[in-house]
Design a protein around this ligand. Structure first.
Ligand SMILES: Nc1ncnc2c1ncn2[C@@H]1O[C@H](COP(=O)(O)OP(=O)(O)OP(=O)(O)O)[C@@H](O)[C@H]1O
Length: 260
């Protein structure tokens, strides 16, 4: 369980996150929605260690993890993906997956000379794991494709795959559906559901596509002006007067929310 307590992140006098408190239950796929500028990505950045909070706390399974750097959170199984995917463009999809665990024996020159057998074994194990991930995500056919050639949706799948290489526990997905076509969005939703049900992953998902959120997430947390405005099932949220009010004039039409 991740508990965010009275979190603030200010930029000068501007309160991007302004006293947000929320809980992400273990085993849930929690949606995080809100109008543009509500503070969702800033909240993610603080939880995932990319930004220091101005004040407040983040607790993971009873442990205070506030302000821990991303690599320390990574070792606790907390990972995030970015609104724009961070792939190594000139490397293949499989190589991208194999890069993730880090600290491989082959990374130092001394090891390259003296521990070749061990390095080969580690590489073979990583390649095996990468292939398993590619099968799970139904993108085995992209194994040798350069990551830079992938479509937006395929890059999002690769990011999800990277979290599988380290057996993440809690994954924060930032705008996983942005610029992704319907078919691939279905593949991504399916992968998230299976990771949740079959492997016990907990997810927190920022997404503007209410159809995607409605089908995938329970509960849904709504942020507005740096605070949590409401929390509940997707259908409750979409009928909530305060939520509808917060979205009015921001581009997300009322009918999109109700139709999701
Ligand atoms: N580094 C920064 N410096 C100054 N202001 C920032 C910075 N990062 C974010 N902000 C501001 O904080 C507010 C919240 O931004 P944030 O990206 O967290 O919102 P969001 O809910 O994720 O929006 P969107 O849905 O558009 O991605 C915005 O007004 C943004 O301009």
């Amino acid at each position: 369980m991740i508990r965010v307590e009275d979190l603030h992140r200010h930029f000068g006098g501007f309160r991007a996150v302004d006293g947000a408190s929320l809980t992400i239950e273990t085993g849930s796929i929690t949606g995080l929605i809100g109008p543009n500028g509500a503070g969702k990505s800033t909240l993610f950045n603080v939880i995932a260690g990319d930004l220091a909070p101005t004040s407040g706390r983040v607790i993971m399974d009873g442990e205070d993890i506030t302000g821990l750097p991303p690599h320390a959170l990574f070792h606790k199984g907390l990972l995030r993906t970015f609104q724009l995917a961070h792939e190594f463009a000139s490397m293949t999809v499989r190589e991208n997956l194999m890069m993730v665990p880090g600290g491989q024996t082959g990374e130092t020159i001394v090891n390259t000379f003296f521990r070749r057998g061990r390095i080969a074994r580690e590489e073979a194990e990583l390649a095996r794991k990468a292939d398993e991930v590619l099968d799970f995500l139904t993108i085995r056919h992209l194994t040798h494709e350069k990551a830079g050639n992938l479509s937006g949706g395929q890059k999002k799948l690769l990011e999800l795959g990277r979290t599988m290489m380290v057996d993440a526990k809690v994954v924060f997905l930032d705008e996983v559906g942005a610029g992704v076509n319907r078919t691939l969005l279905g593949t991504i939703a399916d992968a998230i559901t299976r990771l949740n049900r079959e492997r016990g992953y907990t997810f927190c998902v920022i997404e503007h596509d209410m159809d995607f959120i409605g089908k995938l997430c329970d509960p849904v947390i709504v942020m507005a002006e740096g605070k949590v405005l409401a929390q509940g099932s997707a259908s409750d949220i979409m009928q909530n007067e305060q939520v509808i009010e917060a979205y009015l004039g921001t581009g997300l039409k009322n009918k999109d929310m109700v139709g999701a």
